[in-house]
Design a protein around this ligand. Structure first.
Ligand SMILES: O=C(O)[C@H](O)[C@@H](O)[C@H](O)[C@H](O)COP(=O)(O)O
Length: 260
């Protein structure tokens, strides 16, 4: 596992803008090299902040949106169109403003979809969709995502993998149903750590004072069961994108020069 890279930006707005610019470049390079790209989105304030910055980015349409596959790292298991669903918020922040191919937008099932309230069956269906999209060059039943983004929770959770709960302990399945999540709503669908680690690059987003302790814990050698963010790493790159407030409790040796 390559050690994580850290980039610290002055504040959360600049972090979102810089991360959006970085994502545009990463997608453009992947599409130039392979004709398509795949990205995993995350919910929450930092994830949606990045999408909003991407929607406003001058270079936004350097991306060929019609050849971008979008997946989700987790989803709140609510009815289709519920404003609390990550896909609803992503549509509002960016997706409805760009020319995506609907067949390439892989939203996680809703609680009023074909699987009804059975979140475990819905999770298994998403795992099957991932497996169907994986190719011989991929590492297991998940596509080699170019970038998988994760917001970091104040308790060090990522996606819907919460400290000590069963989902973070999963070592076989790629997608699981989550019951009793401490962050509402309690029922969710989440990629597991094995699925996250199939990504070429994993980017963790942490902005705000309320993430400072989580960043310090996750980056100081904590175990992945107690600190799920510590277990989120990519095959070729793990990048923490922070603002100065979220980086404020990092050991000095870990703290790179803040951006201009
Ligand atoms: O469904 C969710 O809530 C998110 O996917 C979750 O994993 C989020 O990314 C973190 O909780 C950070 O959220 P904030 O950026 O709002 O702190």
């Amino acid at each position: 596992m390559t050690p994580p890279q850290l980039v610290v930006h002055r504040d959360k707005e600049l972090m979102a803008q810089a991360a959006a610019a970085r994502l545009i470049t990463r997608i453009v390079d992947a599409q130039a090299a392979r004709g398509h790209a795949s990205v995993v989105l995350t919910g929450g304030r930092n994830g949606n902040g990045l999408l909003a910055a991407l929607a406003a980015a001058p270079a936004r349409d350097a991306v060929d949106w019609s050849r971008l596959d979008l997946w989700w790292g987790d989803e709140r298991f609510l009815p289709e169109g519920d404003p609390e669903r990550n896909v609803t918020q992503a549509r509002e922040a960016l997706l409805d403003a760009v020319g995506l191919d609907p067949a390439r937008v892989h939203a996680m099932p809703a609680s009023d979809g074909p699987y009804g309230e059975d979140v475990d069956e819905a999770a298994a269906a998403y795992a099957a969709e991932l497996a169907a999209a994986a190719g011989p060059e991929d590492h297991g039943p998940v596509p080699s995502f170019d970038v998988l983004m994760l917001g970091v929770g104040p308790d060090t959770h990522v996606a819907s993998l919460f400290p000590e709960l069963p989902a973070v302990r999963e070592t076989e399945r790629t997608v699981v149903g989550v019951h009793g999540a401490p962050k509402p709503p309690p029922v969710r669908i989440s990629l597991t750590l094995p699925a996250i680690r199939a990504a070429r690059e994993v980017w963790l987003l942490a902005a705000g004072e309320d993430k400072a302790e989580a960043a310090a814990i996750a980056l100081s050698g904590a175990g992945e069961i107690q600190a799920p963010a510590a277990g989120a790493y990519g095959r070729s790159r793990t990048l923490w994108l922070l603002d100065a407030a979220a980086a404020s409790r990092l050991p000095r040796a870990l703290y790179p020069p803040a951006s201009a």
